[in-house]
Design a protein. Structure first.
Length: 355
């Protein structure tokens, strides 16, 4: 592969994940962070390299896309919902930027949001630019990874995913899970639509089904349920959780064909501590007429995985086909991480994942 000029990147949204992706892109060295947009008044005018060492010097954080510098790629981390992110995407496309976003509903927007997805796709295609919805879920763990595993067999009959998702690295999105509420407050917030749990189940199930050629008759998504109350206080860098407050939330979804469940996904989202009664890992089960494939991993940190996925695809965004793309549209090499620098005493410090 020929060397490419590192693309210029603008960050739109400087929450916990936005900053972490920016830092990862800078450390990776395959793209240059030259600007950032955030509506928070406290960040307006702050030199970006004060927040992200290694970013372009003397580049202030601005409060609107119109004020952002010209760039090749924009990374958008502002909301989970496609309707909320559409105006920013269209404006960025009109500015001539490719867009990568972790808005969950953008991960397979064609299923539930055909009109908005069509507008984004039409604008991106007309501008010769790419819009990519990416992330951990949707993006890899509930759709692209199990789809890839089905390549080891044929005549797939059922896909089952069980995950235990560590959430301590996230910031603002924790509120939609109801972490820190007592049981009664959690129930009231769920009834009132304030606790909605994971956004993106429908997109992941639809993306996986489309890849396998299943015409789903229905996607069922359960209400999020409090799965564990804290036996003692615990905390993250973003949140303090009192005794008897919700620290684990279970959320589940299913895809049905002919009345049968063909995709079955359950995720326990939590602020976990040692001794919590949950599996310390994730499991994928592919059942087919030919064989059954089971793939297991130690627990994958959701925020860290989201950051890695986004940072890995950003450098290639400017070289993808135009239009609104999903992760299944990408070559595997585009998604892959990069090798660590080797030294004489190099050892791996990351988690170990087993097949």
């Amino acid at each position: 592969m020929t060397d490419r000029i590192p693309p210029r990147v603008v960050l739109v949204g400087l929450g916990a994940v936005g900053r972490a992706v920016g830092a990862r892109v800078i450390a990776d060295g395959r793209a240059r962070v030259i600007g950032a947009v955030d509506r928070a008044p406290a960040l307006a005018g702050v030199p970006l390299d004060d927040l992200l060492p290694g970013a372009a010097p003397e580049a202030p954080v601005v409060t609107s896309i119109a004020e952002a510098p010209d760039a090749d790629v924009a990374f958008v981390a502002t909301t989970s919902h496609i309707a909320g992110v559409e105006p920013a995407i269209l404006e960025l496309l009109d500015r001539g930027m490719h867009v990568v976003s972790i808005a969950e509903e953008l991960g397979y927007g064609h299923y539930d949001h055909q009109t908005i997805a069509a507008r984004i796709d039409e604008r991106a295609t007309a501008r010769g630019l790419t819009v990519l919805g990416t992330g951990c879920n949707p993006g890899i763990l509930l759709d692209t990874l199990p789809l890839l595993l089905t390549g080891l067999t044929s005549e797939v009959t059922r896909v089952t995913v069980r995950r235990t998702a560590e959430m301590s690295g996230y910031g603002g999105i924790l509120a939609k899970f109801g972490f820190g509420l007592d049981e009664q407050a959690f129930a009231r917030a769920r009834t009132g639509g304030e606790v909605i749990g994971h956004v993106g189940f429908r997109e992941s199930v639809a993306a996986l089904a489309a890849g396998l050629g299943w015409q789903l008759e229905e996607i069922e998504v359960d209400d999020p349920a409090a799965a564990l109350l804290a036996p003692a206080p615990r905390a993250t860098s973003h949140l303090t959780l009192d005794t008897d407050s919700v620290v684990v939330v279970r959320h589940a979804a299913r895809g049905l064909v002919g009345g049968d469940v063909v995709i079955d996904a359950v995720i326990d989202f939590g602020i976990f501590e040692e001794g919590d009664p949950f599996p310390e890992g994730d499991r994928w089960l592919i059942e087919s007429e030919a064989r059954t494939i089971e793939f297991a991993s130690s627990r994958i940190d959701s925020s860290g995985a989201t950051v890695s996925v986004a940072a890995n695809v950003i450098p290639s965004a400017a070289h993808l086909p135009p239009g609104l793309l999903t992760m299944a549209d990408l070559p595997v090499q585009t998604i892959a991480g990069r090798a660590a620098p080797r030294t004489a005493t190099h050892t791996s410090k990351g988690a170990t994942h087993h097949v």
